[in-house]
Design a protein around this ligand. Structure first.
Ligand SMILES: Cc1cc2nc3c(=O)[nH]c(=O)nc-3n(C[C@H](O)[C@H](O)[C@H](O)COP(=O)(O)OP(=O)(O)OC[C@H]3O[C@@H](n4cnc5c(N)ncnc54)[C@H](O)[C@@H]3O)c2cc1C
Length: 367
């Protein structure tokens, strides 16, 4: 870590060393861009605590798209199970991992990267780039990647935008047997109440819920943060790019944002290295990862009653593949856009091994 200084100049500044920032730094390094600095507000201990608040589940497909290996996987997962109000769960075969997120971040950050400890306070646009006021002094850079999470200062000052919605989520680790299933429960105090239980390291499960829909027993260490959904309208302005939660990239249906953070960090680095900054905006607009239909489904589900949630899931009890999903769409057209968004999330995020018929691939292979 570099410590407080008066002013610093660099070619590329990445604000935030979470998964998006670490992925961007890693790819800038791989692509030969050397004059890069990474600004992080948290001390190493605080950083580890911050990033340990997470279910840490990510699909193999997203790791592949991000060019990230599986060496930081602590468990392979092969099923996602979703249950509404304790009813028989719907299960989908998937290919994914629970990762050690802290180890992944450290593994991605190039060892020689200039890491600056300080908080970005404000950002202004200058003639030849950006000037970032930080608690460690002023940093001038030609290109800027905002990877500073849900409450991004880069987004606020350069783009003046905010995510459509902030989901407050809590996570904790509890002892228990582990298998290879990611379990989601919908219902409880309302149809949008949502909790999960993921296997973690041996003998531990990661349990989380949308805040207000559960309680953590006293004395059990836990943490909470906001997950932004409903991506911001613009992710590129001049030589400034937003990646990960700063751009509200998490999937509104699952609230998963690890894959999107890693992939967008990579794409942002590629745009900086090639000088095609607008290409990053075009990629985001076209990519199925950020399809508007996910947010439409989020709004639809948020308005459901408990009865509607159960009614929507009933035809999908047990193992679900494409034929049953399509049959449900035909039988219950009122829920079709939610079924479609879920199918897209599985198909393009989690890629179940049972492949859809070729005609369903046509417009979807746009990642
Ligand atoms: C409880 C919970 C559970 C989750 N579980 C999952 C899951 O199982 N699977 C999944 O895919 N997603 C999950 N997510 C979402 C996922 O954690 C995020 O989408 C993802 O980590 C975003 O990464 P990021 O790098 O964009 O942002 P962050 O991880 O938020 O990293 C941002 C970094 O920037 C730093 N920073 C912020 N502001 C400044 C500043 N002003 N100056 C300098 N540095 C700054 C922060 O300290 C941090 O290190 C979960 C989220 C929560 C809250």
């Amino acid at each position: 870590m570099v410590h407080p200084m008066d002013s610093i100049k660099c070619d590329v500044l990445i604000v935030g060393s979470g998964l998006a920032g670490a992925s961007a730094a890693n790819w800038l390094d791989r692509l030969g861009v050397k004059d890069v600095a990474v600004l992080e507000r948290l001390s190493p201990g605080q950083h580890r605590r911050y990033h340990s608040v997470c279910g840490e589940a990510v699909s193999s497909r997203m790791l592949g798209l991000a060019g990230v290996g599986t060496e930081h996987s602590v468990r392979d997962v092969d099923v996602i199970s979703i249950s509404v109000n304790g009813s028989e769960p719907s299960k989908v075969r998937v290919k994914g991992h629970v990762i050690d997120r802290n180890a992944m971040i450290e593994g991605l950050l190039p060892s020689f990267a200039r890491r600056i400890r300080g908080r970005a306070v404000s950002v202004s646009v200058t003639e030849d780039g950006f000037s970032v006021e930080t608690t460690a002094g002023r940093i001038s850079c030609r290109s800027l990647i905002g990877a500073d999470g849900a409450h991004s200062v880069v987004r606020r000052d350069v783009f003046g935008s905010r995510p459509e919605f902030m989901v407050k989520a809590v996570n904790t680790l509890v002892p228990g047997e582990c298998d290879n299933v990611l379990r989601f429960s919908i219902g409880g105090s309302g149809p949008s109440a949502y909790s999960w239980r993921f296997p973690s390291t041996e003998g531990m499960n990661s349990v989380g819920f949308v805040k207000g829909e559960g309680t953590v027993p006293e004395g059990v260490p836990h943490g909470g943060r906001c997950i932004p959904v409903g991506r911001v309208p613009e992710v590129q302005r001049g030589r400034c790019l937003l990646a990960g939660d700063a751009a509200a990239f998490p999937n509104p249906i699952s609230c998963g944002g690890i894959g999107a953070a890693l992939v967008s960090g990579r794409k942002a680095a590629e745009a900086v290295a090639s000088g095609d900054y607008q290409g990053y905006g075009r990629w985001v607009d076209k990519s199925v990862i950020f399809d508007r239909r996910f947010m439409d489904a989020f709004h639809a589900v948020s308005g459901w009653t408990g009865k509607e949630a159960q009614d929507a899931m009933r035809p999908l009890a047990g193992y679900v593949g494409v034929p049953r999903g399509m049959a449900a769409m035909i039988r219950r057209p009122g829920y079709a856009r939610v079924y479609m968004a879920c199918w897209m999330a599985f198909r393009h995020g989690w890629r179940p091994p049972t492949d859809a018929p070729a005609y369903l691939h046509v417009k979807m292979e746009k990642i």
